[in-house]
Design a protein around this ligand. Structure first.
Ligand code: DGL
Length: 258
């Protein structure tokens, strides 16, 4: 395993780019390969078996063709369905997504926390273990974000349709007095400006991407796999569907990427 090898990231589509941008910000010397499984998006209501099958195909690409040194499963739903399988099947480090329920529960003053995620994520073992271990003392309001992934994929994050759906999902949480809103899907950070129009500054919005980037850095340095070559970082993007949706989003980040 070479320290100059890229970090691999994958998601059902563009959502994982919200994780990719944090990884690249924190680790500007690392090469990355991003795979969007856009032809099979959304994953949210797919069975675990289907997601495991897709993850194996993507792993063939990321490890077989690109020899990635570490994989970020930049999708909460795929993490919930496939990370145990991936860790058992492939001999390299994985970092998965976990909704930030623990910090939300620890810091909640009202004792009510909202979680917006896909149906698949709510079914995950890790999510339930986290609830049991850290959130027993708070009320958790779970809201599946049906339809939101499709809106982000099509780039319609600021439109009326997104606003109406978010209003429907978030207003009842506000009425229940949440003070933290956990974004349990990597597509949702792209909706934060629209979410803020509803919540104002009344709630803390939690996205796990920065913590995931920190975890990637920790594992790479622990395994002496940080890229210290001094070469300019290379970022490659692939999709099983339309690559244009990826490039559209990347263009928006480019000014922030060194
Ligand atoms: N970005 C994926 C996640 O974090 C989206 C799931 C989907 O494709 O429905 O869960």
């Amino acid at each position: 395993m070479f320290s100059e090898a890229p970090i691999g990231l994958f998601d059902s589509g563009v959502g994982g780019l919200s994780v990719w941008r944090e990884v690249v910000k924190l680790l500007p010397c690392e090469h990355t390969v991003y795979y969007a499984d856009s032809a099979y998006c959304p994953y949210g209501q797919k069975s675990s078996g289907e997601i495991i099958e897709r993850s194996d195909r993507i792993m063939d690409f990321l490890t077989g063709q690109h020899q990635c040194k570490l994989i970020v499963v930049a999708c909460n739903t795929a993490t919930a369905a496939a990370i145990d399988h991936l860790r058992a099947a492939y001999p390299l480090p994985f970092v998965g997504m976990e909704p930030a329920v623990k910090p939300a529960a620890l810091h909640s003053v009202t004792g009510v926390v909202g979680v917006l995620a896909t149906q698949g994520t709510f079914k995950g073992r890790l999510y339930h273990e986290t609830l049991e271990r850290f959130a027993g003392h708070v009320q958790i309001i779970e809201q599946p974000g049906d339809g939101l992934v499709e809106l982000v994929e099509s780039g319609h994050t600021g439109g009326e349709e997104a606003q109406t759906l978010l209003e429907k999902y978030i207003r009842p949480m506000l009425q229940a007095n949440i003070d933290h809103l956990v974004l349990g899907c990597t597509h949702y950070p792209f909706l934060i400006p629209a979410i803020r129009k509803i919540t104002g500054n009344r709630v803390t919005i939690l996205d796990s991407a920065p913590a995931v980037a920190q975890r990637v850095k920790f594992l790479l340095s622990q395994d002496r796999l940080l890229n210290v070559s001094g070469d300019k970082a290379r970022h490659e993007f692939f999709s099983s569907g339309d690559i244009n949706s990826i490039t559209d989003w990347i263009c928006q980040f480019t000014p922030h990427i060194p």
